[in-house]
Ligand binder design. Structure first.
Ligand SMILES: *Cc1c(COP(=O)(O)O)cnc(C)c1O
Length: 385
């Protein structure tokens, strides 16, 4: 999409000493959750994955916006993330992908978190925590069955052991069983159907335990079709605007905007090199602007000489290496009045998305978002009232 207008300057009064301004549209996140919910088969609920600080966008504001939109089931990776989210959302279901061990069980039980139990050791640790609960109460637990990731999850023999011995889950309230697809972003990949078949077989095997809801779909898997939806979907990336089925057109609303300040400009009179390693040579007549963002802000070093950005309507290129706090861009084709110290460059926006930047860096949008650093001034748009 071509840029339609020059981006408005960030409003004065926000941290003028920050080098960059990160805008996060909470209304777009809520709209994306609604869109995904609406795509699910009747009867399936839509959760939200908010691990890694809601993919770098802010655990508390993002989770509040999703709860206000109607989301009631949240997923994080770490026990610490679950404890932090519990302080934000006292009433939501909070599931912890990495599970539990003897060192975390007590705090997780006290906070009412639901660990995802990935192996029999975690089952035993959570069962021990349940036995200690006073007054006695059953503790909620999700079971994770490995169907082809070989990362986390119960193997076939562990599934059989649980199914055959109800004492192993004594004191636990099994609220769901999940698995995770390796190739959900590749609709034609044979592993998708194979994993679904293994998931169904495990559910049949575990049925005597009353395992609650079934959950298989991340963002991409929602678009594989209703047979992948089961009872509860677990999208993350698509909520934050990442395309769920590239190269198909992205149906999600854009969430993130990033702009950074021009600090200095150079008119090249004599050809000279730019930046570390002297990897770029600027010829006579070029203009180079130095911008206050770098790899310490998650503007990846692999974007050196590879990224594009916008100054108003003008597309510009990053030249030379990305350094820790600075990048250099060639602004020769930009009117001088627009590329001056104090002006802002659009690094991520509707015409240059996190996915676009990821392609230039040789990575995925997930890594661009989760790398966004703490140094930006953050603006949240459209939060719940
Ligand atoms: C991160 C994660 C998700 C969310 O995946 P997206 O591709 O971001 O939608 C779902 N399930 C598990 C187990 C995950 O680790």
């Amino acid at each position: 999409m071509p840029p339609s207008e020059s981006s408005p300057a960030p409003s004065p009064g926000d941290r003028p000493g920050a080098g960059g301004v990160l805008t996060i549209d909470l209304g777009a996140i809520a709209a994306n959750w609604m869109l995904l919910s609406g795509r699910l088969r009747a009867g399936a609920a839509c959760g939200a994955v908010v691990k890694a600080d809601a993919y770098g966008l802010g655990l508390a504001p993002v989770s509040r916006a999703l709860f206000a939109a109607g989301c009631r089931s949240f997923f994080v990776a770490l026990p610490d993330e679950g404890l932090a989210l519990r302080r934000v959302l006292p009433d939501a279901e909070i599931c912890v992908f990495n599970g539990v061990d003897a060192t975390t069980a007590r705090d997780m039980a006290a906070a009412g978190l639901t660990p995802v139990l990935n192996h029999l050791g975690q089952v035993a640790d959570w069962r021990a925590a349940a036995a200690e609960t006073r007054p006695p109460a059953r503790l909620p637990a999700f079971l994770h069955v490995d169907t082809g990731m070989t990362r986390l999850g119960l193997g076939e023999e562990e599934v059989a052991a649980l199914a055959d011995d109800p004492a192993l889950t004594a004191g636990l309230h099994l609220t769901g069983v999940m698995s995770h697809l390796a190739c959900a972003d590749q609709p034609g990949h044979a592993l998708n159907d194979e994993q679904r078949a293994r998931f169904d077989a495990a559910r049949v095997r575990l049925a005597p335990l009353a395992i609650g809801r079934a959950s298989l779909a991340n963002s991409s898997a929602i678009f594989l079709g209703p047979e992948y939806h089961y009872d509860l979907a677990r999208p993350g990336a698509a909520l934050y605007g990442i395309a769920p089925q590239p190269p198909e057109p992205n149906p999600m609303r854009q969430v993130v905007g990033l702009k950074a300040k021009i600090l200095q400009t150079h008119r090249i009179d004599t050809p000279r090199t730019v930046g570390y390693g002297a990897t770029h040579r600027a010829e006579r007549g070029r203009r180079i602007a130095t911008v206050a963002v770098g790899y310490a802000d998650g503007y990846l070093r692999s974007l050196s000489g590879a990224a594009s950005a916008h100054v108003g309507r003008n597309i510009v290129r990053v030249v030379g290496r990305v350094s820790m706090d600075l990048i250099t861009i060639d602004v020769t084709d930009v009117p001088e009045a627009e590329a001056r110290p104090g002006a802002f460059v659009d690094l991520i926006g509707p015409h240059h998305t996190a996915d676009d930047l990821a392609r230039e860096a040789g990575t995925i949008g997930y890594e661009i978002l989760t790398a966004l650093g703490p140094r930006y001034a953050r603006h949240y748009l459209g939060g719940p009232s």
